[in-house]
Design a protein. Structure first.
Length: 233
C-alpha cells in the first residue's frame, strides 16, 4: 500500500470520527451540570477557557471540573461571580477543595489572571476570543496570551472548539496534533513514525498527512493509541 493511500485512509477514518464526536465528549468530569456549562458557549464561555488553563499535570476530568467547583464556592457561575473573587479567596477555594496539585499559588494565580484577562481584553465575554469566524491561528494566539497556556493547551482548546463545539473558523491549518504518548504510539504502530521520535516529528507528520487540518487526526490517534501496548514509551 502506498504512503498516499495510507494517508488518505487515515484522513477518512479521522473525518468519520470527527463527525461522530459529541459536544461534551472527553470532558469526563462526572458532573453533568459542569459539562452542560462547558458546552454552553453562549452563556458560560469563561468555563471553557478557565478549564483549559487548568490542564497541567492533572486528570482531564478534574481539570474540566475546576471552574464549576470554584463557582459552587463563589455562589454563582456567571462571569461576574468569578471576577469578584480575590486571589486569597481563590487560593482558599483551591486549597480547601484540593482542586489541583499546584493549588497553593501557581494555579490560583493562573485562574485569577485568566478571569482578569477575560474581563479587560474581552469585555467579560470569553467568546469574543473566537467570534466572527476568525482564522484559527488568531484563536490559538489569543489563548497563548493567557498565563499558563502554552502551544499544547492553546492548540487543544482551539481544536475542541472546532471539533466538538462546532465553532466556525476561517481555516484549520494552524491546529496541530497533540504530541502526547498515546498519539505517538498510534503513528508508530502504523509504521509512520520511528520509535524514539521527537514530538516535533509527529507534529510535522500530521501536517504532511493533512495540511488543511493536522489536528483532525488527534482524537482518532489518541483513542487508538490507548489500546496499544508499546514496547517502548
Amino acid at each position: 500500500m502506498s504512503v498516499s493511500t495510507i494517508y488518505a485512509r487515515l484522513v477518512n477514518q479521522a473525518t468519520e470520527r470527527l463527525n461522530s464526536c459529541s459536544p461534551a465528549e472527553g470532558f469526563d468530569t462526572g458532573i453533568p451540570e459542569a459539562e452542560q456549562m462547558l458546552v454552553n458557549l453562549d452563556k458560560f464561555p469563561h468555563h471553557f477557557v478557565l478549564a483549559c488553563l487548568m490542564d497541567r499535570q492533572l486528570g482531564a476530568g478534574e481539570a474540566w471540573a475546576v471552574p464549576y467547583r470554584v463557582g459552587l464556592r463563589a455562589g454563582g457561575f456567571e462571569f461576574a461571580d468569578y471576577q469578584a473573587l480575590s486571589f486569597k479567596r481563590i487560593q482558599r477555594i483551591f486549597e480547601e477543595e484540593r482542586l489541583h496539585r499546584f493549588r497553593k499559588k501557581v494555579m490560583p494565580t493562573i485562574f485569577l489572571n485568566g478571569t482578569q484577562r477575560i474581563g479587560t481584553c474581552y469585555h467579560g465575554d470569553a467568546k469574543e476570543i473566537w467570534a466572527e469566524n476568525p482564522p484559527c491561528a488568531l484563536v490559538i494566539r489569543r489563548f497563548l496570551e493567557f498565563e499558563g497556556a502554552g502551544p499544547k493547551i492553546a492548540t487543544m482548546a482551539t481544536n475542541i472548539l472546532v471539533r466538538q463545539l462546532k465553532v466556525p473558523m476561517r481555516d484549520r491549518s494552524a491546529i496541530d496534533i497533540s504530541a502526547d504518548r498515546q498519539v505517538m504510539k498510534y503513528f508508530q504502530a502504523q509504521g509512520l513514525l520511528r520509535v524514539g521520535a521527537k514530538k516535533e516529528e509527529l507534529i510535522y507528520l500530521a501536517r504532511e498527512i493533512n495540511p488543511e487540518y493536522p489536528g483532525l487526526l488527534d482524537l482518532l490517534a489518541w483513542e487508538q493509541g490507548r489500546l496499544i501496548r508499546s514496547k517502548s514509551t
